[in-house]
Design a protein around this ligand. Structure first.
Ligand SMILES: Nc1ncnc2c1ncn2[C@@H]1O[C@H](COP(=O)(O)OP(=O)(O)O)[C@@H](O)[C@H]1O
Ligand SMILES: [Mg+2]
Length: 224
């Protein structure tokens, strides 16, 4: 599913002095259906690595193979189709403020051209699952942080992605909501989705042990 060889990322196009590499020579792989915690302190490079895995940035050195495609060598027009197989839960949600919660979650299915009737059934079921049925018609700005986070998660998983990336997904959730989210992520993983969860919630990781990639200042400090 994921194979990284000597992967490096530098923001901007400055040289070493003004733009140091934030990811340095990462080599690892994650098999299809695998689970990885992505650990490391703030600033270690977790969000940057997720950006590469979401094909929202291209590596500035090394190689990244995603679902059999060499990202560095791929044509630009090939990338959107890949991204549609990847679900991303952003740390800052990125919900669209002019759409209802329902329409935010429905959006990826509508963009994929899904018929409206089955789509409505899927979205309704998903909103029930994440406990947002009652606020489905509301704009995201009227929701609590935890509710917005759950809406962002629903939007990422509604497309049944092959690869699910989540950036600090429990950051705005209380312990009970975080456990419920873990059940959802574990279930998706059990059904075959490759799942990568960036977090610095060590208590959560201790309650749900699993293989981890750990970053320290842009380098891979642990793989396993
Ligand atoms: N868009 C950006 N432009 C320049 N530097 C960035 C950008 N995003 C992150 N960085 C830098 O990259 C490093 C890693 O950040 P990040 O990937 O956000 O780490 P983490 O998610 O582990 O906190 C930090 O030094 C941060 O300042
Ligand atoms: Mg981050």
């Amino acid at each position: 599913m994921i194979r990284a060889e000597g992967l490096g990322l530098r923001y901007g196009d400055g040289d070493e002095g003004e733009a140091p590499e934030v990811l340095q020579g990462l080599t690892f792989s994650v098999p299809g259906g695998g689970w990885r915690w992505l650990l490391g302190p703030s600033g270690a490079g977790k969000s940057s690595l997720l950006r590469l895995l979401h094909v929202a940035a291209r590596p500035t050195r090394g190689r990244l193979h995603l679902m059999g495609v060499d990202i560095g060598a791929a044509r630009r027009h090939e990338l959107p189709a890949m991204r549609r197989r990847i679900g991303m839960v952003f740390q800052d949600f990125r919900l669209l403020s002019h759409l209802s919660v329902f329409d935010n979650v429905a959006l990826p299915l509508r963009l994929a051209g899904r018929a409206e009737a089955p789509l409505r059934a899927d979205v309704t079921e998903m909103l029930r699952w994440v406990g947002l049925s009652k606020v489905a018609a509301m704009r995201p700005s009227l929701l609590s942080g935890g509710e917005q986070q759950r809406a962002a998660i629903a939007r990422a998983v509604i497309v049944r992605p092959l690869l699910l990336l989540a950036d600090e997904p429990t950051g705005n959730l209380d312990d009970a909501q975080a456990e419920r989210l873990m059940v959802l992520l574990r279930e998706m993983n059990r059904l075959g989705t490759t799942v990568i969860v960036a977090t610095h919630n060590t208590a959560l990781v201790e309650r749900h042990p699993g293989p981890a990639l750990e970053l320290a200042r842009g380098r891979l400090a642990r793989d396993g």
